[in-house]
Design a protein around this ligand. Structure first.
Ligand SMILES: Nc1nc2c(ncn2[C@@H]2O[C@H](COP(=O)(O)OP(=O)(O)OP(=O)(O)O)[C@@H](O)[C@H]2O)c(=O)[nH]1
Ligand SMILES: [Mg+2]
Length: 302
């Protein structure tokens, strides 16, 4: 009897122990299966990410190939620059005239006295044998205080155009100031012009323009203002015209403030300096608009 009791106890203890073990193993198995599920999910996420990256790299590869092809098919770029120099005593309106053309958005009220500024304006683009040439006018705008340095650049370097700016009155003038006109005629007396129109300048320069600025100081019609302005500067015009057989010479009367004559000035430089082969369609249209029909004071210029 004692033996059977011991056996039953031993069996019961073994059974209880096995049951606990089984329960533990069961919960361990459940935890493992849960972990394996989350690992599977993470793995599928990583596979998706890899696929995304591979397709992005393929796309980048295609884009690089397309850009390379595009670059090869594009024309090479070249630049042709034409130099125009301004000359004139202080405050005649050189910057007002040139900067407004180079950058039509310029506010003339903000302009200050200049030492030297250089502006560029693209006038045309020509495609020839896979080379796209940009034709650019480069303006050397010398301030009146630097007139000696400006003259040195004129005789030393090759220039394509010379813009001499004189005016009918100084700062704040409300009418023509004869003494200022005389001062400018003296500045460009025949002796000084001989120095300016040296062999290098005459050989390279395609156009000289005397621009008589501030025509708005003369009341009346533009035609009457032109005649009166030319009359005031007749000694200077006469001296300059002596060089007309050697270099293209023109006199234009106008006003940087009102726009009178300014588009005519830039059309003139384009016509005289830019070779016909360098005209693109846009420039031809702009030149036609500016030369055809009655000349408007507020023409858009070239
Ligand atoms: N009434 C009038 N004033 C003008 C005209 N053009 C320019 N001005 C004025 O003249 C003054 C001088 O103009 P700027 O363009 O600075 O002259 P600038 O020749 O460049 O002067 P510097 O660089 O000092 O030699 C400014 O106050 C302009 O507003 C014009 O057509 N009519
Ligand atoms: Mg200036």
């Amino acid at each position: 009897m004692a033996v059977s009791l011991a056996l039953a106890t031993a069996w019961y203890l073994t059974y209880a122990w096995s049951t606990r073990k089984l329960a533990k193993a069961g919960s361990f198995a459940a935890m493992l299966s849960e972990k394996s599920l989350s690992l599977e999910f993470r793995l599928s996420e990583l596979v998706e990410e890899l696929k995304r990256r591979a397709s992005w790299l393929d796309h980048q590869d295609e884009e690089i190939k397309w850009l390379q092809k595009e670059l090869q098919s594009r024309p090479r770029l070249a630049r042709q620059t034409y130099k125009i120099l301004t000359l004139g005593v202080k405050g005649t309106g050189k910057t007002s005239l040139t900067l407004k053309w180079a950058n039509p958005l310029t506010d003339l009220g903000m302009i200050e006295g200049t030492k030297i500024e250089r502006y560029e304006r693209t006038v045309s683009h020509i495609l020839d044998n896979d080379v796209m040439t940009e034709h650019v006018f480069r303006i050397g705008d010398w301030g009146g205080e630097q007139i000696v340095e400006a003259q040195h650049e004129l005789i030393k370097d090759e220039i394509h155009g010379l813009l001499i700016v004189v005016d009918l009155g100084g700062e704040g003038a409300r009418c023509v100031q004869p003494e200022r006109v005389q001062e400018q005629i003296r500045e460009f007396e025949p002796q000084a012009l001989r120095f300016l129109f040296g062999p290098t300048m005459v050989a390279s320069c395609k156009a000289v323009v005397l621009f008589i600025n501030k025509s708005d100081l003369i009341p009346g019609t533009p035609a009457a203002a032109e005649a009166a302005a030319k009359q005031h500067f007749s000694p200077l015009i006469e001296s300059l015209m002596r060089y007309a057989p050697q270099v293209d010479m023109s006199v234009i009367v106008g006003s940087a403030s009102s726009g009178h004559g300014t588009h005519h000035l830039w059309c003139h430089f384009v016509e005289k300096i830019l070779p016909r082969s360098a005209y693109d369609e846009q420039l031809v249209q702009r030149m036609k608009r500016n030369s055809g029909g009655p000349r408007s004071d507020q023409g858009e210029g070239v």
